[in-house]
Ligand binder design. Structure first.
Ligand code: ADP
Ligand code: MG
Length: 398
Protein backbone atom coordinates (compact mmCIF):
# COMPACT_ATOMS: atom_id res chain seq x y z
CA UNK A 1 0.00 0.00 0.00
CA UNK A 2 1.68 3.16 -1.19
CA UNK A 3 1.43 6.50 0.59
CA UNK A 4 -0.70 8.35 -1.96
CA UNK A 5 -2.14 11.76 -1.25
CA UNK A 6 -4.83 13.29 -3.36
CA UNK A 7 -5.17 11.10 -6.46
CA UNK A 8 -7.58 8.18 -6.51
CA UNK A 9 -5.90 4.98 -5.35
CA UNK A 10 -5.99 1.72 -7.27
CA UNK A 11 -4.56 -1.79 -7.18
CA UNK A 12 -2.39 -2.64 -4.17
CA UNK A 13 -2.58 0.91 -2.91
CA UNK A 14 -6.31 0.69 -2.40
CA UNK A 15 -7.13 -0.16 1.19
CA UNK A 16 -9.86 -2.67 0.66
CA UNK A 17 -13.28 -1.85 2.02
CA UNK A 18 -15.01 -5.13 1.24
CA UNK A 19 -18.20 -4.33 3.14
CA UNK A 20 -18.53 -1.07 1.24
CA UNK A 21 -17.84 -2.49 -2.19
CA UNK A 22 -20.28 -5.34 -1.52
CA UNK A 23 -22.97 -2.95 -0.32
CA UNK A 24 -22.57 -0.73 -3.37
CA UNK A 25 -22.71 -3.69 -5.73
CA UNK A 26 -25.81 -4.94 -3.99
CA UNK A 27 -27.50 -1.57 -4.42
CA UNK A 28 -26.51 -1.63 -8.07
CA UNK A 29 -28.04 -5.05 -8.45
CA UNK A 30 -31.28 -4.05 -6.80
CA UNK A 31 -31.76 -0.56 -8.15
CA UNK A 32 -29.61 -0.41 -11.24
CA UNK A 33 -28.84 3.30 -10.72
CA UNK A 34 -27.13 4.78 -7.75
CA UNK A 35 -26.17 8.20 -6.53
CA UNK A 36 -23.12 7.86 -4.29
CA UNK A 37 -22.93 10.73 -1.85
CA UNK A 38 -20.21 11.45 0.68
CA UNK A 39 -18.01 14.33 1.71
CA UNK A 40 -14.96 14.95 -0.39
CA UNK A 41 -11.86 12.85 0.22
CA UNK A 42 -13.75 9.99 1.79
CA UNK A 43 -12.61 7.82 -1.10
CA UNK A 44 -15.58 7.74 -3.49
CA UNK A 45 -13.60 7.72 -6.70
CA UNK A 46 -11.24 5.02 -5.44
CA UNK A 47 -14.13 2.88 -4.25
CA UNK A 48 -16.01 3.15 -7.53
CA UNK A 49 -12.87 2.33 -9.50
CA UNK A 50 -12.60 -0.83 -7.40
CA UNK A 51 -16.26 -1.65 -7.98
CA UNK A 52 -15.72 -1.24 -11.73
CA UNK A 53 -12.77 -3.61 -11.52
CA UNK A 54 -14.83 -6.21 -9.62
CA UNK A 55 -17.72 -5.83 -12.03
CA UNK A 56 -15.38 -6.38 -14.98
CA UNK A 57 -14.15 -9.58 -13.39
CA UNK A 58 -17.77 -10.67 -13.09
CA UNK A 59 -18.30 -10.11 -16.82
CA UNK A 60 -19.84 -6.65 -16.82
CA UNK A 61 -18.50 -4.05 -19.21
CA UNK A 62 -17.69 -1.13 -16.94
CA UNK A 63 -17.04 2.39 -18.19
CA UNK A 64 -15.65 4.96 -15.77
CA UNK A 65 -15.52 8.59 -16.84
CA UNK A 66 -14.58 11.79 -15.09
CA UNK A 67 -16.41 14.63 -16.84
CA UNK A 68 -15.01 17.52 -14.82
CA UNK A 69 -12.96 18.95 -17.66
CA UNK A 70 -15.60 18.59 -20.42
CA UNK A 71 -16.17 22.01 -21.89
CA UNK A 72 -19.67 21.45 -23.25
CA UNK A 73 -22.23 18.79 -24.18
CA UNK A 74 -20.17 17.73 -27.16
CA UNK A 75 -17.17 17.15 -24.90
CA UNK A 76 -19.39 15.20 -22.53
CA UNK A 77 -20.70 13.02 -25.37
CA UNK A 78 -17.20 12.39 -26.67
CA UNK A 79 -15.99 11.38 -23.22
CA UNK A 80 -18.94 9.05 -22.80
CA UNK A 81 -18.39 7.31 -26.13
CA UNK A 82 -14.66 7.13 -25.58
CA UNK A 83 -15.06 5.38 -22.25
CA UNK A 84 -17.66 2.99 -23.64
CA UNK A 85 -15.10 2.14 -26.31
CA UNK A 86 -12.45 1.56 -23.64
CA UNK A 87 -14.89 -0.70 -21.82
CA UNK A 88 -14.94 -2.93 -24.90
CA UNK A 89 -18.12 -1.77 -26.59
CA UNK A 90 -16.55 -0.89 -29.92
CA UNK A 91 -19.10 -2.75 -32.00
CA UNK A 92 -21.99 -0.99 -30.32
CA UNK A 93 -20.56 2.50 -30.72
CA UNK A 94 -21.40 2.95 -34.35
CA UNK A 95 -18.94 4.76 -36.56
CA UNK A 96 -21.66 7.10 -37.68
CA UNK A 97 -22.19 8.64 -34.25
CA UNK A 98 -18.47 9.03 -33.65
CA UNK A 99 -17.87 10.48 -37.09
CA UNK A 100 -20.63 13.05 -36.70
CA UNK A 101 -19.32 14.07 -33.31
CA UNK A 102 -15.85 14.51 -34.70
CA UNK A 103 -17.17 16.57 -37.58
CA UNK A 104 -19.23 18.70 -35.22
CA UNK A 105 -16.17 19.32 -33.07
CA UNK A 106 -14.15 20.42 -36.10
CA UNK A 107 -16.76 22.93 -37.11
CA UNK A 108 -17.66 23.93 -33.57
CA UNK A 109 -17.02 27.55 -34.52
CA UNK A 110 -19.99 27.27 -36.86
CA UNK A 111 -22.09 24.82 -34.86
CA UNK A 112 -24.00 26.48 -32.10
CA UNK A 113 -24.39 24.34 -29.01
CA UNK A 114 -26.13 27.13 -27.10
CA UNK A 115 -29.75 26.73 -26.08
CA UNK A 116 -30.26 23.33 -27.71
CA UNK A 117 -27.50 21.86 -25.62
CA UNK A 118 -27.60 18.08 -25.75
CA UNK A 119 -30.24 18.36 -28.50
CA UNK A 120 -27.95 20.36 -30.78
CA UNK A 121 -28.23 19.54 -34.47
CA UNK A 122 -25.41 17.50 -35.93
CA UNK A 123 -25.91 18.64 -39.48
CA UNK A 124 -27.47 15.41 -40.78
CA UNK A 125 -31.17 16.34 -41.10
CA UNK A 126 -31.88 13.38 -43.44
CA UNK A 127 -30.76 10.83 -40.85
CA UNK A 128 -33.28 10.84 -38.03
CA UNK A 129 -31.20 8.50 -35.86
CA UNK A 130 -28.31 10.91 -35.89
CA UNK A 131 -30.00 14.24 -36.42
CA UNK A 132 -29.01 15.60 -33.02
CA UNK A 133 -26.36 14.88 -30.43
CA UNK A 134 -28.88 13.26 -28.09
CA UNK A 135 -30.22 11.03 -30.87
CA UNK A 136 -26.77 9.97 -31.97
CA UNK A 137 -26.00 8.89 -28.40
CA UNK A 138 -29.34 7.13 -28.09
CA UNK A 139 -28.55 5.10 -31.19
CA UNK A 140 -25.54 3.76 -29.30
CA UNK A 141 -27.57 2.98 -26.20
CA UNK A 142 -30.13 1.16 -28.32
CA UNK A 143 -27.40 -1.11 -29.63
CA UNK A 144 -26.16 -1.76 -26.11
CA UNK A 145 -29.68 -2.59 -24.99
CA UNK A 146 -30.01 -5.08 -27.87
CA UNK A 147 -26.70 -6.74 -27.05
CA UNK A 148 -26.21 -9.38 -24.39
CA UNK A 149 -23.67 -7.50 -22.27
CA UNK A 150 -24.41 -5.83 -18.94
CA UNK A 151 -22.92 -2.36 -18.97
CA UNK A 152 -22.03 -0.21 -15.98
CA UNK A 153 -21.46 3.50 -16.52
CA UNK A 154 -19.88 5.39 -13.64
CA UNK A 155 -19.85 9.15 -14.08
CA UNK A 156 -17.57 11.07 -11.74
CA UNK A 157 -17.77 14.84 -11.18
CA UNK A 158 -20.98 15.39 -13.13
CA UNK A 159 -22.02 18.30 -10.85
CA UNK A 160 -18.64 19.99 -11.44
CA UNK A 161 -19.32 19.84 -15.16
CA UNK A 162 -22.89 21.06 -14.66
CA UNK A 163 -21.73 24.00 -12.53
CA UNK A 164 -19.41 25.08 -15.35
CA UNK A 165 -22.10 24.48 -17.95
CA UNK A 166 -24.63 26.53 -16.02
CA UNK A 167 -22.33 29.55 -16.28
CA UNK A 168 -22.21 29.40 -20.07
CA UNK A 169 -24.54 30.98 -22.59
CA UNK A 170 -28.07 29.65 -21.92
CA UNK A 171 -26.43 27.66 -19.12
CA UNK A 172 -29.40 26.88 -16.83
CA UNK A 173 -31.51 25.69 -19.76
CA UNK A 174 -28.70 23.47 -21.02
CA UNK A 175 -28.24 21.95 -17.58
CA UNK A 176 -31.96 21.26 -17.35
CA UNK A 177 -32.02 19.59 -20.76
CA UNK A 178 -29.02 17.44 -20.05
CA UNK A 179 -30.38 16.22 -16.72
CA UNK A 180 -33.80 15.45 -18.19
CA UNK A 181 -32.22 13.65 -21.10
CA UNK A 182 -30.02 11.55 -18.82
CA UNK A 183 -33.06 10.61 -16.77
CA UNK A 184 -35.06 9.53 -19.79
CA UNK A 185 -32.06 7.56 -21.01
CA UNK A 186 -31.99 5.68 -17.71
CA UNK A 187 -35.72 5.03 -17.96
CA UNK A 188 -35.67 3.85 -21.54
CA UNK A 189 -32.60 1.65 -21.57
CA UNK A 190 -32.74 -0.26 -18.36
CA UNK A 191 -32.31 -3.92 -19.18
CA UNK A 192 -28.59 -3.82 -19.82
CA UNK A 193 -27.50 -0.57 -18.27
CA UNK A 194 -26.47 0.30 -14.73
CA UNK A 195 -25.38 3.71 -13.51
CA UNK A 196 -23.34 5.22 -10.70
CA UNK A 197 -23.13 8.97 -10.25
CA UNK A 198 -20.59 10.46 -7.90
CA UNK A 199 -18.69 13.67 -7.41
CA UNK A 200 -17.12 16.04 -4.95
CA UNK A 201 -20.12 18.34 -5.23
CA UNK A 202 -23.29 16.50 -4.26
CA UNK A 203 -25.58 16.03 -7.24
CA UNK A 204 -28.51 16.04 -4.81
CA UNK A 205 -27.57 19.46 -3.41
CA UNK A 206 -26.93 20.79 -6.92
CA UNK A 207 -30.35 19.80 -8.27
CA UNK A 208 -32.24 20.84 -5.14
CA UNK A 209 -30.87 24.34 -5.37
CA UNK A 210 -32.08 24.60 -8.94
CA UNK A 211 -35.45 22.99 -8.50
CA UNK A 212 -34.37 20.06 -10.64
CA UNK A 213 -34.81 17.39 -7.96
CA UNK A 214 -37.10 15.30 -10.12
CA UNK A 215 -34.39 14.76 -12.71
CA UNK A 216 -32.50 12.52 -10.27
CA UNK A 217 -35.31 11.14 -8.11
CA UNK A 218 -35.03 7.75 -9.81
CA UNK A 219 -31.53 7.26 -8.38
CA UNK A 220 -31.07 5.21 -5.21
CA UNK A 221 -29.01 7.22 -2.76
CA UNK A 222 -26.04 5.36 -1.34
CA UNK A 223 -23.84 7.03 1.27
CA UNK A 224 -20.20 6.36 2.08
CA UNK A 225 -18.61 7.19 5.41
CA UNK A 226 -15.07 7.66 6.58
CA UNK A 227 -13.37 4.64 8.16
CA UNK A 228 -14.58 2.96 11.33
CA UNK A 229 -12.04 2.90 14.19
CA UNK A 230 -10.94 -0.70 13.59
CA UNK A 231 -10.59 -0.03 9.88
CA UNK A 232 -8.55 3.09 10.55
CA UNK A 233 -6.17 1.07 12.74
CA UNK A 234 -5.81 -1.50 10.02
CA UNK A 235 -5.30 1.24 7.42
CA UNK A 236 -2.47 2.80 9.44
CA UNK A 237 -0.89 -0.56 10.24
CA UNK A 238 -0.83 -1.47 6.57
CA UNK A 239 0.60 1.88 5.52
CA UNK A 240 3.29 1.54 8.16
CA UNK A 241 4.16 -2.06 7.33
CA UNK A 242 4.34 -1.46 3.56
CA UNK A 243 6.51 1.62 3.93
CA UNK A 244 9.05 0.45 6.48
CA UNK A 245 7.72 2.58 9.33
CA UNK A 246 5.62 0.44 11.68
CA UNK A 247 3.14 2.30 13.88
CA UNK A 248 2.52 0.91 17.37
CA UNK A 249 -0.98 0.77 18.78
CA UNK A 250 -0.42 3.79 21.11
CA UNK A 251 0.84 5.77 18.10
CA UNK A 252 -2.19 4.79 16.04
CA UNK A 253 -4.48 5.75 18.90
CA UNK A 254 -2.77 9.09 19.16
CA UNK A 255 -3.13 9.73 15.41
CA UNK A 256 -6.83 8.96 15.51
CA UNK A 257 -7.32 11.11 18.60
CA UNK A 258 -5.57 14.02 16.93
CA UNK A 259 -7.47 13.70 13.67
CA UNK A 260 -10.91 13.24 15.19
CA UNK A 261 -12.28 11.91 11.91
CA UNK A 262 -10.75 8.95 10.11
CA UNK A 263 -10.82 10.42 6.65
CA UNK A 264 -8.55 8.23 4.47
CA UNK A 265 -6.99 11.35 2.98
CA UNK A 266 -6.04 12.69 6.41
CA UNK A 267 -4.60 9.34 7.48
CA UNK A 268 -2.40 9.35 4.40
CA UNK A 269 -1.38 12.96 5.02
CA UNK A 270 -0.50 12.25 8.64
CA UNK A 271 1.55 9.23 7.66
CA UNK A 272 3.38 11.19 5.02
CA UNK A 273 4.28 13.89 7.53
CA UNK A 274 5.40 11.37 10.13
CA UNK A 275 7.66 9.78 7.57
CA UNK A 276 9.15 13.13 6.68
CA UNK A 277 10.17 13.69 10.30
CA UNK A 278 12.86 11.09 9.75
CA UNK A 279 12.39 9.57 13.21
CA UNK A 280 12.32 5.82 13.72
CA UNK A 281 10.63 4.29 15.54
CA UNK A 282 7.77 6.75 15.64
CA UNK A 283 6.64 7.55 19.19
CA UNK A 284 3.50 9.14 20.55
CA UNK A 285 5.11 12.57 20.85
CA UNK A 286 6.05 12.51 17.15
CA UNK A 287 2.36 12.66 16.30
CA UNK A 288 1.97 16.14 17.79
CA UNK A 289 5.10 17.29 15.98
CA UNK A 290 3.70 15.98 12.71
CA UNK A 291 0.37 17.64 13.35
CA UNK A 292 2.08 21.01 13.87
CA UNK A 293 3.94 20.54 10.61
CA UNK A 294 0.73 19.71 8.81
CA UNK A 295 -0.81 22.90 10.09
CA UNK A 296 2.13 25.10 9.13
CA UNK A 297 1.55 27.70 6.42
CA UNK A 298 3.45 25.78 3.74
CA UNK A 299 1.02 22.85 4.11
CA UNK A 300 -2.06 25.02 3.70
CA UNK A 301 -2.77 23.63 0.25
CA UNK A 302 -3.99 20.35 1.74
CA UNK A 303 -6.89 22.05 3.47
CA UNK A 304 -7.47 25.20 1.52
CA UNK A 305 -9.84 23.50 -0.91
CA UNK A 306 -12.29 23.28 1.99
CA UNK A 307 -12.31 27.07 2.12
CA UNK A 308 -12.34 27.59 -1.62
CA UNK A 309 -15.21 25.20 -2.17
CA UNK A 310 -17.51 27.40 -0.12
CA UNK A 311 -16.84 30.31 -2.44
CA UNK A 312 -17.29 28.18 -5.53
CA UNK A 313 -20.54 26.58 -4.49
CA UNK A 314 -22.38 29.19 -2.52
CA UNK A 315 -23.45 32.72 -3.37
CA UNK A 316 -21.03 35.31 -1.91
CA UNK A 317 -23.53 36.17 0.80
CA UNK A 318 -24.10 32.55 1.83
CA UNK A 319 -20.39 31.74 1.64
CA UNK A 320 -19.72 34.59 4.04
CA UNK A 321 -22.41 33.33 6.41
CA UNK A 322 -20.94 29.81 6.27
CA UNK A 323 -17.48 31.20 7.00
CA UNK A 324 -18.94 33.07 9.97
CA UNK A 325 -20.39 29.84 11.40
CA UNK A 326 -17.23 27.83 10.80
CA UNK A 327 -15.12 30.63 12.28
CA UNK A 328 -17.17 30.59 15.46
CA UNK A 329 -17.06 26.80 15.66
CA UNK A 330 -13.32 26.66 15.06
CA UNK A 331 -12.75 28.24 18.49
CA UNK A 332 -14.96 25.71 20.17
CA UNK A 333 -14.04 22.01 20.28
CA UNK A 334 -17.25 21.26 22.20
CA UNK A 335 -19.34 22.75 19.42
CA UNK A 336 -22.32 25.03 19.72
CA UNK A 337 -26.06 24.67 19.84
CA UNK A 338 -28.32 25.77 17.06
CA UNK A 339 -29.52 28.81 18.97
CA UNK A 340 -25.95 29.88 19.67
CA UNK A 341 -25.23 29.62 15.96
CA UNK A 342 -28.36 31.57 15.16
CA UNK A 343 -27.04 34.32 17.41
CA UNK A 344 -23.76 34.31 15.45
CA UNK A 345 -25.62 34.79 12.19
CA UNK A 346 -28.00 37.41 13.59
CA UNK A 347 -25.06 39.42 14.95
CA UNK A 348 -23.58 39.61 11.46
CA UNK A 349 -26.90 40.71 9.96
CA UNK A 350 -28.33 43.47 12.06
CA UNK A 351 -31.87 44.33 11.05
CA UNK A 352 -32.39 41.11 9.07
CA UNK A 353 -35.69 39.25 9.27
CA UNK A 354 -35.17 36.56 11.97
CA UNK A 355 -37.27 34.02 10.04
CA UNK A 356 -35.10 34.43 6.96
CA UNK A 357 -31.92 34.08 9.03
CA UNK A 358 -33.28 30.88 10.57
CA UNK A 359 -33.97 29.47 7.12
CA UNK A 360 -30.48 30.38 6.05
CA UNK A 361 -29.04 28.69 9.14
CA UNK A 362 -31.01 25.51 8.45
CA UNK A 363 -29.87 25.27 4.88
CA UNK A 364 -26.23 26.03 5.72
CA UNK A 365 -26.13 23.51 8.58
CA UNK A 366 -27.57 20.85 6.31
CA UNK A 367 -25.05 21.61 3.64
CA UNK A 368 -22.07 21.76 6.00
CA UNK A 369 -23.02 18.42 7.50
CA UNK A 370 -23.48 16.79 4.13
CA UNK A 371 -20.16 18.08 2.89
CA UNK A 372 -18.30 16.74 5.92
CA UNK A 373 -17.46 20.00 7.70
CA UNK A 374 -19.76 19.53 10.68
CA UNK A 375 -21.29 16.82 12.77
CA UNK A 376 -24.36 17.20 14.93
CA UNK A 377 -24.51 15.28 18.15
CA UNK A 378 -26.84 15.85 21.11
CA UNK A 379 -27.98 19.13 19.65
CA UNK A 380 -24.47 20.54 19.28
CA UNK A 381 -22.72 21.21 16.00
CA UNK A 382 -18.96 20.80 15.84
CA UNK A 383 -16.20 20.32 13.27
CA UNK A 384 -15.91 16.69 12.27
CA UNK A 385 -12.20 16.84 11.63
CA UNK A 386 -10.09 18.25 14.46
CA UNK A 387 -7.37 18.90 11.92
CA UNK A 388 -9.67 20.97 9.75
CA UNK A 389 -10.97 22.79 12.81
CA UNK A 390 -7.46 23.80 13.83
CA UNK A 391 -6.57 24.78 10.26
CA UNK A 392 -9.66 26.94 10.16
CA UNK A 393 -8.90 28.57 13.47
CA UNK A 394 -5.37 29.49 12.46
CA UNK A 395 -6.36 30.64 9.01
CA UNK A 396 -9.45 32.67 9.82
CA UNK A 397 -9.43 33.60 13.49
CA UNK A 398 -6.01 33.69 15.06
N1 ADP B 1 -9.44 2.94 -0.02
C1 ADP B 1 -8.41 3.80 0.11
N2 ADP B 1 -7.15 3.34 0.32
C2 ADP B 1 -6.12 4.19 0.47
N3 ADP B 1 -6.23 5.53 0.42
C3 ADP B 1 -7.45 6.05 0.21
C4 ADP B 1 -8.60 5.22 0.02
N4 ADP B 1 -9.66 6.00 -0.19
C5 ADP B 1 -9.21 7.27 -0.14
N5 ADP B 1 -7.88 7.32 0.09
C6 ADP B 1 -7.08 8.56 0.27
O1 ADP B 1 -7.94 9.65 0.04
C7 ADP B 1 -7.54 10.39 -1.14
C8 ADP B 1 -8.78 10.77 -1.91
O2 ADP B 1 -9.43 9.61 -2.43
P1 ADP B 1 -10.56 9.74 -3.54
O3 ADP B 1 -10.97 8.37 -3.91
O4 ADP B 1 -10.08 10.64 -4.63
O5 ADP B 1 -11.71 10.45 -2.70
P2 ADP B 1 -13.02 11.26 -3.18
O6 ADP B 1 -13.33 10.82 -4.56
O7 ADP B 1 -14.08 10.90 -2.20
O8 ADP B 1 -12.65 12.71 -3.08
C9 ADP B 1 -6.57 9.47 -1.86
O9 ADP B 1 -5.59 10.18 -2.56
C10 ADP B 1 -5.95 8.72 -0.71
O10 ADP B 1 -4.97 9.53 -0.10
MG1 MG C 1 -13.44 11.91 -6.33
Amino acid sequence: MRNIIGSPVEGDSFFDRPAETARLRRDLDTDGKVLLTAPRRVGKTSLVLRVCELERKAGTKAAFLNVEGCGDELGFAEKLLQSLGQAGLHAELGERALGLLRKARQTIGGVKVAADGIDMELGAPEDSDHRSLSRALESVFRKIEDSDATVLIAIDELPEFLVNLSRKEEGPERVRRLLHWLRSLRQTYRTRLRWIFLGSVGLDAFVEERDLGKTVNDLAVHTLDALRTEEAHEFLSRLGASNGLPLSEPVRNEILAQLGWALPHHLQLMFHTLRDLGISPINVASVSTARERLLSPDQVRHFDTWRQRLNEQLTPDHAEAARGLLGALSSDPQGRTRSQLLAVLMASRPGADPGAVEDLLSSLLLRLQRDGYLLESDGRYAFRSFLLREFWHRREIR
